[in-house]
Design a protein around this ligand. Structure first.
Ligand code: 4G0
Length: 242
């Protein structure tokens, strides 16, 4: 996968690309990452990339010319152009899977009060990482790029991401390591029993419990099978008793 970030702060991505799993993914050529300053494309004599809002009002907007020229210069036929904004479609794990299918993406990061509306006609997907406003799209772009890169074969060597939170529509079950008792808190006996079927059922039930307590909206969306429905009924009964 090739990722080109268009940004006013290409250095912002240095710590991301020089750290741990992402660095290895780039070194091993699972991903070809670059960040490009769209100010380099401005034709303005003062190198400006923003201007005041037509019709008046406070603030500045990113203008069309530098960004559209940067998109045109960095896109191929099959490039997906993604823009990070608070008005975009909410990012979730399913969306990450969809976007990570693309072989070539451009991720556009904004600043100021946002973009001239006409820039959107050069964009395929407008994405938000959540309902809050950031000073720039760079932090949002790092989140999106990280989530896409880690799904690529060989980036995470185990299959541990297959039972990650959200991959099955449920939050992750509680997990423990040694010691068996820490400051009075014990590892649940069942996890030490060696009984794989009981452990599987306990984990599924505790996944359902955590999702029911913290993210009931995820349960509303999920199609539960017979076993899961039964475990959810048990969880609801148990939580009522507490
Ligand atoms: C475009 C993304 C970009 C418009 C970017 C701000 C939050 C997110 C930006 C604006 C961002 C997100 C209208 C303020 C840059 N903040 N939630 N900031 N406006 O993904």
């Amino acid at each position: 996968m090739k990722i080109t970030v268009l940004t006013l702060f290409p250095e912002f991505f240095d710590s991301f690309t020089n750290t741990s799993i992402i660095k290895r993914a780039i070194d091993n050529k699972h991903v070809d990452f670059s960040s490009v300053n769209f100010r380099d494309y401005t034709l303005d004599k003062h190198n400006n990339v923003d201007d005041t809002v037509c019709g008046g009002g406070a603030g500045m907007l990113l203008t069309c010319q530098p960004i559209v020229d940067a998109i045109k210069a960095n896109r191929q036929k099959d490039t997906k152009v993604i823009m990070m904004t608070p008005q975009g479609a909410p990012l979730n794990q399913q969306k990450v899977h969809e976007l990570a299918q693309s072989d070539d993406v451009i991720v556009l990061c904004g600043h100021y009060e946002g973009f001239d509306e006409r820039i959107r006609s050069y964009v395929d997907e407008e994405i938000s990482i959540g309902d809050y406003v950031l000073t720039g799209g760079e932090t949002a772009a790092v989140v999106l790029c990280d989530a896409m890169i880690r799904l690529h074969d060989g980036v995470i060597t185990t299959t541990s991401h297959e039972d990650d939170s959200y991959e099955n529509g449920l939050l992750e079950y509680p997990q423990y390591t040694r010691p068996i008792e820490f400051e009075g808190q014990k590892v649940p006996d069942i996890l030490l029993s060696g009984h794989h079927e009981n452990i599987r059922k306990w984990r599924l039930k505790e996944s359902i419990r955590k999702t029911y307590l913290r993210r009931p909206d995820l349960l509303d969306k999920k199609e539960l099978n017979k076993e899961e429905s039964k475990l959810l009924s048990e969880v609801i009964e148990e939580e009522k008793m507490k």
